[in-house]
Design a protein around this ligand. Structure first.
Ligand code: SAM
Length: 212
């Protein structure tokens, strides 16, 4: 099913630097890393038909669920890749992406695994290469320890915190137009506040921190 689906891209080297041509347009290119079953990605793609969305997922068994949904709905502005995000630079050219979404990333709680966290300085260095100037990263989680780590890593690595909240759903400004992920719906229903940051490089200002 994954092999056969026209929504799943396998010939990654030939797309590097040509993702917009692959989609057949020149719109912005947004990527969700660790998209799981793809609910957020597809909801976003439906809302924003002029933006190209690429979902990245490490495990075929999880990706398959997204493929099944896409085969039913056929969103032309979506493509999926099965890969480990460690290899992002072999798939995207320098400055090729407009935005990266990290939603409810795996926490890797042991210190010795910190560099596997998708918000670590090691991953931020990868994102730095493939994001265009002015490009942004959005991260949501209910895991406060992971969020605190992510904020520290972003500051250490010289990124600007453009937006930040410790309780997204109670923050009228940031919550406006918020598209919930599968995990976000599950954990907020359990009463967990959702943390979110938006980071970028250069020329940004730190906004007032809400919901602490
Ligand atoms: N983003 C979805 C959501 O918010 O509902 C799913 C969150 S789930 C906790 C995290 C997903 O990230 C899993 O499906 C996992 O396989 C994927 N993932 C974790 N590390 C990854 C990596 N290095 N590269 C690609 N996907 C990864």
């Amino acid at each position: 099913m994954i092999q056969e689906s026209r929504f799943v891209v396998h010939d990654l080297p030939s797309c590097r630097g040509s993702w917009r041509q692959a989609f057949g347009g020149d719109g912005p290119l947004y990527v969700e890393i660790g998209m799981g079953k793809g609910r957020f990605l597809m909801d976003m793609a439906r809302l924003h038909p002029d933006i190209f969305f690429i979902g990245i997922e490490k495990y075929s068994s999880v990706l398959l669920r997204a493929v099944q949904k896409l085969e039913e709905e056929e969103l032309p502005n979506v493509r999926l890749i099965r890969m480990d995000a460690e290899d992002l630079e072999s798939v995207f050219a320098p400055g090729e992406l407009d935005r990266i979404y990290l939603n409810f990333s795996d926490p890797w709680p042991k210190d010795r695994h910190a560099k596997r966290r998708l918000e670590s300085r090691q991953f931020l260095a990868r994102y730095d290469k493939i994001l265009k100037a002015g490009g942004e990263i959005e991260f949501k989680t209910d895991n406060r320890a992971l969020f605190d780590f992510a904020v520290e890593e972003a500051k250490e690595a010289g990124w600007d915190i453009k937006e930040l909240t410790y309780d997204l759903h109670q923050d009228p400004g940031l919550n406006e137009g918020n598209v919930m992920t599968e995990y976000e719906e599950r954990f907020s229903a359990q009463g967990n506040p959702i943390c979110k940051y938006v980071i970028g490089r250069g020329g940004a200002h730190e906004k007032e921190i809400s919901g602490r």
